[in-house]
Design a protein around this ligand. Structure first.
Ligand code: ADP
Ligand code: TYD
Length: 208
């Protein structure tokens, strides 16, 4: 199982409030205690510090270039300290967001900076998940879910509904371009129904 020979690397992606965190947790619970559940930005001590710089404060706090560097720096630390060692030990790693988020949030939505995102990824990260679940849903409903739990981490969510629509389209375009890796999941269903769908697709992928 998995193309890397050791461990399986799974990411969850989608717009804010789509239910990624909920589904990442439910899959980790279903796959057992040896599974590593992690998130971005964050997932290691250093990357969690960088997360605070990224998600708090005014939307225009960083230039697009600085923001890409910060997300990439956080991902590099997450990879070195958490993801890499766990995969080398043969574990299943489930991350709530990974590089597709940067491709879409920084590369497609805020400015036409996708080439910079791709070059930095190739230079500093260089790996893709074995399997990505894109939790897709209508941005208006997702935004309602997100705003219901305001957390002080709203720098991106404050960017509004049009932004979320652009993000959704960006994620779906990635899924269309890489159908072998990215599975689109309808997130507008009860959490346990979505979770059962994801578990079934994971099991099918393992035996494929
Ligand atoms: P994300 O990580 O994509 O932002 P969360 O998993 O944190 O999303 O979910 C956002 C909010 O919506 C939370 O309050 C969560 O309890 C709720 N939620 C998650 N999944 C569902 C679902 N399938 N149906 C209804 N509410 C949900
Ligand atoms: P996250 O904690 O996943 O937020 P949510 O639970 O609301 O989906 O991520 C924080 C914000 O950071 C989120 O709005 C998406 C954004 N983000 C990027 O812009 N680029 C990235 O590379 C990553 C990983 C996240």
């Amino acid at each position: 199982m998995g193309r890397r020979g050791a461990g399986v690397f799974i990411s969850f992606e989608g717009i804010d409030g789509s239910g990624k965190s909920t589904q990442a947790r439910l899959l980790a619970e279903a796959l057992g205690p040896d599974t590593v559940l992690t998130r971005e930005p964050g997932g290691s001590a250093g990357a969690e510090e960088i997360r605070r710089l990224l998600v708090e404060g005014a939307p225009a706090r960083w230039s697009p270039e600085t923001e890409i560097l910060l997300f990439t720096a956080a991902r590099r630390d997450h990879l070195e300290k958490t993801i890499g060692p766990a995969l080398a030990a043969g574990r299943i790693v489930i991350t709530d967001r990974f590089a597709d988020s940067t491709r879409v949030y920084q590369g497609a939505a805020r400015a036409a900076r996708r080439p910079l995102v791709d070059r930095l990824h190739a230079l500093m990260i260089g790996i893709e998940p074995d399997l990505t679940f894109l939790i897709d849903m209508d941005p208006a409903s997702a935004l309602e879910r997100g705003l219901a739990r305001r957390s002080g981490e709203d720098r991106f969510e404050d960017l509004g509904l049009d932004f979320q629509k652009t993000l959704r389209a960006g994620f779906l375009a990635l899924a269309q371009a890489q159908p072998a890796r990215i599975t689109v999941i309808d997130g507008a269903r009860a959490a346990h129904v979505v979770a059962n769908d994801i578990l079934a697709r994971y099991r099918a992928w393992c035996t494929a």
